[in-house]
Structure formats: C-alpha cells, structure tokens
Design a protein around this ligand. Sequence first.
Ligand code: FAD
Length: 808
Amino acid sequence: MKSHAKVVVIGGGVVGCSVLYHLTKFGWKDVVLLERSELTSGSTWHAAGGMHTINGDPNVAKLQKYTVELYKEIEEYSGQDIGLHLTSGLMLAATPQRFDWLKSILAKGRYNGLEATLLTPKEAHEMMPLLDPDQFVGALYDPVEGHLDPYGTTHAYARSAKKNGADIYLHTKVEELVQREDGSWRVITNQGEIIAEHVVNAAGLWAREVGRMVGLELPVLAMEHMYLITEDMPEVIDFNKTTGKELMHCVDFDGEIYLRQERQGMLMGTYEKACRPWSPVTTPWDFGHELLAEDIERITPELEVGFRHFPAFNNAGIKKIINGPFTFSPDGNPLVGPVRGLRNYWSACAVMAGFSQGGGVGLALANWMIYGDPGFDVFAMDVSRYGDYATLAYTNAKVRENYARRFSIRYPNEELPAARPLLTTPIYDKLKEAGGVFGAYYGLEQALWFAPKGEEDQFSWRRSNDFDVVGAEAKAVRDSLGLMETSGFAKYSVKGPGAEAFLDNLLTCRIPAIGRMTLAPMLKHDGKLIGDFTLAKLGEGDFLLIGSGIAEAYHMRWFEGLLPKDGSVELQALGLSLLGLSIAGPNARKLMQKLTHQDLSTEAFPFMSIRRMDLGMASAIVGRVSYTGDLGYEIWMKPEHQRYIFDLLMEEGAEFGIRLFGLRALNALRLDKSYGSWSREYRPLYGPLEAGLGRFVALSKPADFIGKAAAAKEKAEGGALRLRTFILAAKDADVIGDEPIYHNGAVCGWVTSGGYAHAFGLSVAVGYVPKEIADEAQGWSIELLGEILPARPQVDPLFDADGARMRA
Ligand SMILES: Cc1cc2nc3c(=O)[nH]c(=O)nc-3n(C[C@H](O)[C@H](O)[C@H](O)COP(=O)(O)OP(=O)(O)OC[C@H]3O[C@@H](n4cnc5c(N)ncnc54)[C@H](O)[C@@H]3O)c2cc1C
C-alpha cells in the first residue's frame, strides 16, 4: 500500500467509486480508495438498481439528470457492462391531489428541460398493461428512467478511476483517523497507514462510525428495505414478445410501491408505513454480503394495494424477497461537502438513491475539493444544512418519518410532526396559548399563524383555512400594530480589532457607522450570492450580523474558513442565546416610546439605526428596521428577558390593538414590498445585479471583497437574468416556488417564491427571467397547478413604494 496520497476515499460502494472517478476525471491522480471488504459490500450490492431524474428539488433533479446521462460514458470508458435498461417510466396518481402534485412536478421540471408528459389512465395502461386503469386518475410519463446492475455500475466507476491513475485497496479497513498539525490525516488501517491531505467519508452503512472516528455525529441512519421478485409472468413474456420492449419502471405513489421488470418476471418494492431502522446506534463491522430476515407481514398493507393496482401480481409466484439496509438523512437528501470545523474532511454519505444521485454527488464533491466550489447550488444536499440539534435520536425520528412518507404528498402548508417540539424559546407556551400553529426550521419551533381555538392547518395545494386569518394578521400590521417572534434568524457576533477589516473583505457593502445598520450581501469568488445579511455596528470592533436561520452552519463554515489566523477576530454564532421580537405598523413607534426614555423620533433614531436601550426593566438591542417594510423595530434580547419584554409589548400595545402575526403573514407583507429572501430569491445561482441587490455592492470601496472582480464584470456585462415581481390572475391558489414563467407562450424563467399580498388582495409571484425581456410590459403568464394564468409585471412595490412610511 502507498504511504502517501492526496485523497483517501473511505468506502467502495457506488458513491465512493463515483467520487474517486470524478476526482481523477478532473485531474487529481494521486487518489486512493480503501474498502474494508470487496467493492459494493455495503448497501450497494443488493440495490434494485432503479434510477430516474425527477426530484422535488430542481437543483437535485439536475444532478440526477447528470447521473443518468453519465452511465453511457463510464460504460464505454471502462469497458465494464453496467446492465443499463432505459425502459422509461410512469409516475402514477390514484387521487386528484396526487395528480395535482404530478402536475406541479411537471411544471417545475419545464425550465430544466424535463421531457415528461401527463397521461390519462387509459394512455398509461396502453404503455404499461399490468396496471388497472380504473385504479388511477392520471400519470406522468418520463422517458429517462430505468434500471441497471449495481455491481457492474460500481465496477465501471472503479475501473474508470483506475484507468485514470487511482489506486484501490480492497480488504483494507480504516480503523482510525488522526489529524496532523498541517491538516493532513493519518489514515490508520488494518493493513498499515497512509498519510492523506484529504479524507472522504463515503462509508455508506458505516458513515456514522467513520464520522465518530473524528468526533462527529452525522445525522444518518439505515433503514430496512424490502422488495420482492416474482417468478416469470406470462403477461410480461407476452408484452416483451409482442412489443419487442421491456415493461417500464413505475412508481405508484398511492400504493407506496415501485416496480419494474426483472428478467421475465417483475420486481416490486415498498416504502412501508411500519418501517424499521437497522442498527440504530452502531453498525456491526462484521456485516457484509448478507441479507436481513424477510418480514412480509410488515409490508403486506402496501403489497395489497400494489396487487390491486397491478392485478397480474395476484397470479404470480414470489421467487425471492430481498431485505437490506440503506441509509437516509433526516430529509432523505444526501450529506455532501466539507464538514464545518474539520479541516480536509469531506462527507459523501446518506445517499439513499445511489443510482440516481451517485454521479451528481461525485461531480459536486470533486468540484468542491479541486476548485473550492461544488459548481452547482447543492444546498439541498449540503451536510451543513443540519446543526447540532440533529442528534442520534432526532435523526432516528426524522428518518423513520421520511421513510414512511417517501411516496406521500407533502402539501405546501404541511409541517411534519416527528421530533417536535425540540427547540423552543421561552414564549413558546404563550404563543401556543394564543393559537400559534408552528413549523420547525433548523430545529426551532416558529409560529406560522395564530389559529382560532380548535383549528389547525387543513393541508391543501390551494388556499386553505389559514387564508383569512393570515390576511387579518397582515392587515393588522398595515393598519396599526403587529408583533412577531424573530428568534429564528441566525445572529453572529463579530468582535475584535480585526473585525471591521474581516467584514469589509467578506461582505459587499460599506461598513456602517457606529449605531447604524446596512443590508449586506455576501458573494463567492465567482460573484454569486452566498448570503444576505443585515450588518450592524454596535461599537468599535463590535458587530452584529443577522442572516437566514437555516443557513447558520453553512455560513459559519464559510466565515471560519476566512478568519484571520492571528486571533484578531472573535466570531460566534449566537444561536438561541440571543432571541428576537419584532413590532411593525404605523403605531410601532408610539408603543416603543412608551417603553423607553430614549428619544425615538425620526431625527434621534432614524431608519436603520441600532442601539442598546432599556425597555421597561430589561436591556435589549433595538434596531429601527422591519422585514415587513413598515415602520418597525427589531428587538434582540437575552432569553431570560424574552417573556418579560413580550408581556410588556402585549400589555402596552393593547391600546393600539396589537396583534400577533406569524411567518405566513410576514411572507405576505414582504411580498407587498417585493423583498427577496435567502434560499429563494438569493442563492448561489444568482449575481447581485440579477437579484436586484446591486446597490448594496460597493464596488468603489477600497476593500478587495470576495467576488468583487466578478461583481464588477456582472455590472459591466449586465448578467443574464433579472428578478421580477408579477401579479398573477390566480383564483384559489398561489405560487409556492419553481413554477415556470412564460413569455409569449414560451417558458423563459421560474418562480422563486410568492403568495398572496393580503393588504392589496393580489396574488404575487417573484421569479427570474432573462434580462433581454425582463422589462416587457406584456406577454407574461405563469403555470400554476396545470393552468397557465395571465400575469402582469409589478414594477414598483405595492406598498410604500417611496419608503415614506418605512422611514417616517
Ligand atoms: C433493498 C434495497 C434496494 C435499493 N434500491 C435502490 C434503487 O433501486 N435505486 C437506487 O438508486 N438505490 C437503491 N438502493 C439504495 C442504494 O443501495 C444506496 O443508495 C447506495 O448503495 C449507497 O451507496 P454508498 O456507496 O453510499 O454506500 P455503501 O454501499 O454502504 O458502501 C459503503 C462502502 O464502504 C465500505 N466501508 C465502510 N466503512 C469502511 C471503513 N472503515 N474502511 C473501509 N471501507 C469501509 C463498506 O464496506 C462499503 O462497501 C437500495 C437499497 C436497498 C437496501
């Protein structure tokens, strides 16, 4: 075995081999893969080998498309047969709600070039005669689906990598990882030791254990999974004979099953409700090429539906039942990327659909390691989307929920209940008492709306029972005064003699004066957005940075990678040690002035001011800003003061009819102003000019901030896209995000978010379109739940276009 390598990839499943191949493809030859047994000795060998491009997240869908398109290339390059069967596929809907969902998937895929089509049950039956058309209301046909041989595919990646110069050592188990002072790793195996600059955890079923070798508890858990294979079926033989084709891949969501042809019989697998984790605490090292005991009773309810939907199965003999484990993260997407706080340790695990996603994971990770950037927007599978709250028990609850719901519909207004409540703030009970309906973001319970007694969300694709109440909450803000909790934002303290220079280099904005705030976009080196913050200067060398809550670990990883080594900057994610409340509306100042002796007049405390002040008996940091776009204040306090300040605001605000509002009303209010939000309008896909943030990019400031050259180029050349707001002729539903935007009948862009602007009674959609047509007044439409609806551009914000109220 070699003594040194640039990279050691741990694990020779389909994912590790794909990572190895991509590293060599992009030019890193000194790379090694260590496999404790033979290649495919984890979950890979017994996979059903199904693959498809469709995914609810368009960014993940792109990587799946890449994976499927890669197969021909690696087969040819390696000379290894991968048993590719591109049969095409059907996604079936047995209920109108499911058919709505399929329509939304089709719409989302349009701007990514998804070539799918909707079918009637009769048309679906003509393509796939095993299904009973009376059981379904419609289907989505996807030409790019099929299955392959897991063993051959893994070996094709491995052979291709070897051909490019990689080394693979089998029967070499990594037992310990010790970091050296220079950041490289001692990779200690049962066959000796290798020094590696980087290690990649692609240990699949043992990813948790390989994480624990460096003190990491990765949120990943294996679940048992079963599929059955039938004896030869006359219906299959007959179809093959008469058409010369194989039967196609099918996902029957309402039956919670998938099926495909296997030789001259069929394979049917389920994501059963009565699911079972495998090895919930530690994975045994002696587990290898063996299967788990079959347990047909556990999957009988799903099989019964499957057999009803596909009656030919009733006459088929069952040849084999496979039960094997494979891993999931809490939301079912992979955990990819550099691990925060660890140098040169990379994650490529929790890949539950290795044959749809393995290529994309390998591509993104190799890009990241070699070029410092994944090359795509991979937040949906970035390991940093989870924080410390994602413990072993949290992961267990969420993975079971996710597995059991793998084929279930998640409505846009549906919050999933497992592992909740976990993180709460001191006023949680008070908000709950007031009717709070909550969602959990980054583990924290946050109020969405305040329901009348006994009511909860009725899940729907269309406007639901919260509609009028959310409207009243939003109107209360515009008419008088509203209060919401803002603890869910991420808050960072940046202090020290080097803090100002650090931030000046990190953010595109000018550093504000003491007592002032500014909007602060953050760019990558290529000039794309990786953050949008509010930056406040509290004192000399003392800054508060406020950003998106879900991106806390993601942003900390970025900040920490750029901190000066001389200790001149003290950076801390404040998490729930600093909590927030916000009041907004025309009476906001009157209320605040009742609580403090400080002068809050516009002259003394204008828009974008920030200062520490006492509110009653409590001390807080108060900023004159509100994401509602209204006259408003953000109040930041220690947790032990939150109940007191909350009660004070509610009591003293009673004379103005203060009303609690939640995140849904906030969404309506920010739409009135066309404000963007992180992970929707602002993502690593867009430049600041495209996103309408150009005025916060201070190209003339002396600091050579990250992305400056690229931002200057974007400004000179104009970028490609523009963010625009549209008013949609919607009737009973509003956009959610990812719907296609049409201009003169052709798809030209996509919605990033939207909703209903209650104060104006208008359905709003925000999205990106090509700059060349962005200012056209006519010709726009947007597809919503299968209908193409006329849209008109909204050039100025609906509310307070000149900012007079906000700055008053
Ligand atoms: C029954 C079943 C059906 C499935 N059907 C499909 C399907 O149709 N389509 C699809 O896309 N996916 C399917 N999957 C999921 C698929 O199998 C996984 O997504 C995929 O195998 C994950 O591959 P991996 O490389 O991440 O992990 P693994 O296959 O688990 O590979 C990890 C490898 O790392 C090695 N390793 C671990 N620790 C060490 C160490 N310390 N030192 C050295 N080596 C180590 C292991 O020996 C193993 O070979 C199915 C899974 C099951 C169980």
